[in-house]
Design a protein around this ligand. Structure first.
Ligand code: SAH
Length: 400
């Protein structure tokens, strides 16, 4: 086991339970890449224990603050069990068999993401420390959850910052089919866990899709950044009139149309339109044509990957929100999101406010939105709270 000694005074975040030790906080390290290390303060007192990677700006990710707790097979089993137990207490919507089992740092398992899709598990090992323990973790997951198979989707770019290559493929049991069907709040979705985004589906939006279903009745809905049609299917199930879905990925759009059919909403060919295109362009085109909607969903990808990208991301968010307000009829609903961790909830409110002012509309916040609860949030790790949103209602014009 290695040792990492911190500079004087730099142990404070770790002492408060934050799981990251940055390179700048370290005085000296005596450890090999991937080792389990004891982190000591400048006086040599134990602070916490974690795994070490000198190639990453986050040099140590902390696993335990209990000096007596060894990081062995029992440790990983306990942590995985606790993570699974946390899901049992969550009260996910009934008839739901796709959800996040392990949300990395927020579940006390830094660098590890595990999503369940029916009988299959999809795993992301995002750090060297988890990569080193991957075989054991897979074995334990198989023992604890008895899945049909475990598939790896460690193809996130963050792996490169850890000095790791991207990795995908079957890890245990049966390989999943290229399209499997999951259930979410009674609706069915085709998910491509092999080639889809992330681990296949945006599970973090589950509760917000349930809300969209509740409010969509009779509305003409515009779903922007629609991926495989999660919000579209929800809106149709909720009794939406027409829907228009806009998405740049052709494969995702094809799956979206199939997902509408899969739920038995046949005969809607004329009611649901799927546009392969760039939302920024399509919104302008719709505005120029004088189109009006009663509900708009904006669920863009992460515009800001780090603090340096916040100003340009803010312009992007403002632009699409402004266009959405312009397209909404009085009484119309806007469901708008940002999944950029670097954009704070406070800044997001300001962006949406600025967009409403420029669009000349008076707006009420009907509900404040966030990631689904299986994407757990630890008070000690605010970075884990990344998805925020607002359900807004346009109440009329505001042109002082
Ligand atoms: N709301 C979806 C998830 C959206 S993820 C759901 O509930 O499943 C964001 C999506 O935006 C991705 O599918 C990505 O392919 C798409 N995308 C990214 N940039 C885009 C752009 N400029 N125009 C249209 N779609 C875009």
């Amino acid at each position: 086991m290695g040792v990492v000694t911190l500079r004087r005074g730099r142990e404070k975040p770790a002492r408060r339970g934050h799981p990251w030790i940055f390179s700048g906080a370290i005085q000296c390290a005596d450890a090999a890449p991937g080792d389990i290390v004891d982190v000591l303060d400048a006086d040599g007192h134990f602070v916490a224990r974690g795994y070490y990677n000198p190639s990453s700006q986050i040099r140590v990710r902390l696993l335990t603050w209990d000096e007596g707790e060894r990081v062995n097979a029992d440790f990983w089993r306990r942590r995985l069990r606790a993570s699974l137990a946390r899901r049992d207490a969550l009260l996910l919507p009934p008839e739901t068999d796709a959800f996040r089992l392990v949300h990395a740092e927020s579940d006390g398992l830094p660098g590890l993401v595990v999503d369940r899709y029916g009988p299959w598990l999809v795993l992301q090992a995002l750090t060297l420390g988890i990569e080193r323990h991957k075989a054991l973790i897979v074995e334990l997951l198989a023992e604890l959850t008895r899945p049909a198979g475990i598939y790896e989707r460690s193809d996130e770019e963050v792996r490169r910052r850890e000095g790791l290559e991207l990795a995908t493929g079957p890890l245990w049991g049966e390989p999943p089919p290229s399209r499997l069907v999951v259930r979410e709040a009674g609706l069915r979705f085709l998910v491509d866990v092999i080639a889809g985004h992330k681990t296949g589906f945006y599970l973090d939006q589950r509760e917000n899709r349930v809300l969209a279903r509740r409010v969509a009745s009779g509305r003409r809905v515009l779903n922007c950044f629609s991926y495989t049609g999660g919000f579209t299917v929800a809106a149709v199930a909720g009794g939406a009139g027409e829907t228009v879905s806009v998405e740049s990925s052709e494969a995702a759009v094809a799956l979206a149309a199939e997902n509408v059919r899969l739920n038995g909403f046949a005969g809607r060919e004329a009611a649901d339109t799927f546009i392969v295109g760039d939302v920024f362009d399509v919104l302008r085109r719709l505005r120029d044509r004088g189109e009006q909607f009663d509900m708009v969903v904006l669920d863009p990808p992460k515009f800001a990957h780090h603090a340096g990208q916040v100003p340009s991301a803010a312009r992007g968010y403002k632009d699409i929100n402004w266009l959405a307000f312009r397209l909404l009829a009085p009484g119309g609903l806007l469901m708008t999101f940002s999944c950029s961790g670097a954009i704070s909830p406070d800044l997001f409110w300001k962006i949406v406010f600025a967009a409403a002012l420029d669009a000349g509309v008076r707006v009420r916040v009907v509900q404040v939105l966030h990631q689904a609860p299986d994407h757990t949030i630890s008070l000690h790790f605010p970075e884990g709270f990344y998805l925020k949103g607002l359900l807004c209602r346009v109440e009329g014009k505001f042109c002082p």
